[in-house]
Write a protein that binds this ligand. Structure first.
Ligand code: NAI
Length: 340
């Protein structure tokens, strides 16, 4: 079967890890036609006047699936986040970040197997910021019943599909009684439709962070609004080897964009030392999604082959420097390809 995928290399380490992931996916022999489009600083550098060109959005809408590298967002000034705009523009409301220990990679924690489900379109990331007057600013946290119900339903459905048993909602509804209050009210009510198969739990996020660090194995699926989900996914990534090994996906009704949790890592960009595994694993998630969507079992088989290949590399000590190894980005990708 022939698959069409949009590739958005992104900024910083994006092009390096995207090239590595693309090479691994292509080496499986699957017929993937890639459509490369730019976003972020890379779009400006390629002559676009927009950080998120309309043609990039259109390409994802047309083909339905994209593999995306990270995009840089300037801190405290400059243009707004391309990532946030892409998720909002394509209504990619459900972010999924699975975090589990990898075969062949020993870390401080073992038996971690957590899925973070993050509402991806509103909350504090709605980008509603105002200068009231000099020295006073507001940042509005937008929570709607529609988006809160939708992400709760998504989390329960995802949990059922992946044979998980519990969903824990992280919140701060003791302080933000109205916004987080609405979020948990919707989750509670939506859970009524899943109460036979999924256990439901709520936890105030500060205590939840302590519990996570004490023993992450007590969690199964974690449901968060946008901002908390962003923080929690990096936190849990640290349990299993860091953001260099944590994949992710953004799901919508009409299209899905697969991107790793990490950013553009300007400190190591262009040095060919970034770990491409997070984006390779993200590619594996994409293949499983393509298998589900199209029924092409070759995608499922290729996903398993890639997983076995990178696990064998890790077990043999073939790693990039963030995991204590000495392979470059491209050497690691080649090592995976050799074991396919
Ligand atoms: P970051 O994730 O880019 O980097 C944090 C640390 O992790 C750095 O020390 C970096 O070298 C390291 N790191 C990240 N990915 C790595 C990899 N694959 N292999 C080895 N080491 C890796 O986060 P930071 O520094 O907070 O953000 C940098 C830029 O990335 C910002 O402009 C930010 O807005 C953007 N960003 C973009 C995201 C996206 O496109 N989805 C997500 C997160 C940040």
């Amino acid at each position: 079967m022939h698959h069409k995928v949009v590739l958005i290399p992104g900024d910083g380490i994006g092009p390096e890890v995207a090239q590595a992931a693309q090479a691994v996916l292509s080496a499986t022999g699957l017929e993937i036609e890639w459509f490369e489009h730019q976003a972020g600083v890379a779009a400006l550098e390629s002559g676009s006047s927009e950080v998120l060109p309309a043609e990039t959005i259109e390409a994802v809408k047309q083909h339905g699936v994209a593999l995306k590298g990270p995009c840089t967002t300037p801190v405290g000034e400059g243009f707004s986040s391309v990532n946030v705009a892409l998720r909002k523009g394509l209504d990619l409301y459900g972010a999924v970040r699975p975090v589990r220990n990898l075969d062949g990679l020993k870390t401080r924690y073992s038996d971690v197997d957590v899925i973070v489900v993050r509402e991806n379109t509103e909350g504090l990331y709605a980008g509603i910021e105002n200068v009231i007057k000099k020295g006073i600013v507001t940042s509005i946290k937008l929570v709607t019943e529609e988006a809160s119900r939708r992400i709760a339903r998504f989390a329960f459905e995802y949990a059922v599909k992946r044979q998980r048993s519990k969903v824990t909602v992280f919140h701060k509804a003791n302080i933000m009684k109205k916004s987080d209050g609405l979020f948990i009210k919707c989750a509670r009510e939506e859970h009524q439709n899943f109460s036979e198969s999924i256990e439901y739990e709520e936890m105030i996020i500060d205590a939840a962070c302590m519990r996570l660090v004490q023993d992450p194995t007590i969690f199964d699926v974690i449901l968060c609004e946008n901002f908390y989900g962003d923080l929690i996914s990096d936190l849990v990534a640290g349990f299993v080897g860091g953001i260099g090994v944590t994949p992710g996906a953004n799901f919508g009704q009409k299209c899905s964009v697969f991107e790793a949790v990490h950013g553009s890592a300007p400190d190591i960009a262009g040095l060919n030392v970034a770990n491409p595994l997070a984006l390779i694993m993200t590619g594996v998630m994409m293949l499983r999604y393509l298998a589900e969507q199209t029924g092409d079992q070759d995608c499922e088989q290729a996903a398993n082959q890639i997983r076995d290949a990178y696990s064998a590399c890790l077990a043999a000590g073939e790693r990039t420097s963030d995991l204590g190894g000495d392979l470059t980005t491209s050497q690691f990708a080649n090592a995976v390809i050799k074991r396919l």
